[in-house]
Ligand binder design. Structure first.
Ligand code: IMP
Length: 184
């Protein structure tokens, strides 16, 4: 099976390639600009994105919407994760977290997948904490400041190890279960 991974984020492409290959699904990266609506609900953002792509005649694809939600910041940056990463970045989040003892955070990844005209939507999560400082050079985005085990950041893990525990890796496992049900 082949699925188009519609994103301009090469980090996501690498993760989907690795995660899906274990299930004999080939990920073909495709860059298509589509409008993302503003919403506090990642599933609504993905649903609208899928509708837009299907209306343009595109099928057999994956899109995702991801975000990092920090407990002590009342879920910020959450659905604003992309904007916050582009503006204040990891250094800005660390600044906001100075002297904050509750460092719990969660990463969510909502995947929308269309296969042969049928839609699947799943959400994977990864619990963790915001580290005191950036660490590691792997991955992308918030990986250097987010740790699942409180010791190593996601950016200190090889891609396959990140996929094993990450929000996106967990979402892919849920997606594959749904695909298996669909083709059974
Ligand atoms: P989006 O899903 O592309 O909208 O991602 C929102 C923001 O979260 C972007 O700034 C991404 O770089 C960041 N992000 C998404 N997934 C990850 C991840 O797996 N690790 C670190 N940052 C991520």
């Amino acid at each position: 099976m082949r699925l188009k991974v519609i994103t301009s984020n090469s980090g996501k492409v690498n993760e989907y390639r690795e995660a899906l290959s274990s299930f004999s699904i080939t990920a073909d990266p495709v860059k298509i600009q589509y409008d993302e609506i503003q919403s506090s609900d990642p599933e609504e953002i993905v649903r609208k994105g899928m509708d837009h792509l299907k209306a343009s005649g595109i099928s057999d694809f994956i899109i995702d919407d991801s975000g990092m939600f920090v407990d002590s910041l009342n879920g910020f940056p959450g659905v604003y994760s992309a904007y916050v990463q582009e503006t204040i970045g990891n250094a800005g989040i660390l600044k906001l977290m100075e002297n904050v003892s509750d460092r719990k955070a969660v990463f969510l990844c909502c995947i929308g997948c269309n296969i042969s005209g049928k839609d699947i939507m799943v959400t994977g999560k990864c619990d963790g904490v915001i580290l005191e400082k950036e660490a590691g050079a792997e991955g992308f985005g918030y990986d250097p400041i987010f740790s699942h085990d409180g010791k190593r950041s996601l950016a200190e893990m090889p891609l396959s190890e990140k996929n094993n525990i990450s929000h996106r890796g967990n979402a892919v496992k849920l997606l594959v279960k749904e695909i298996e049900k669909m083709i059974r």
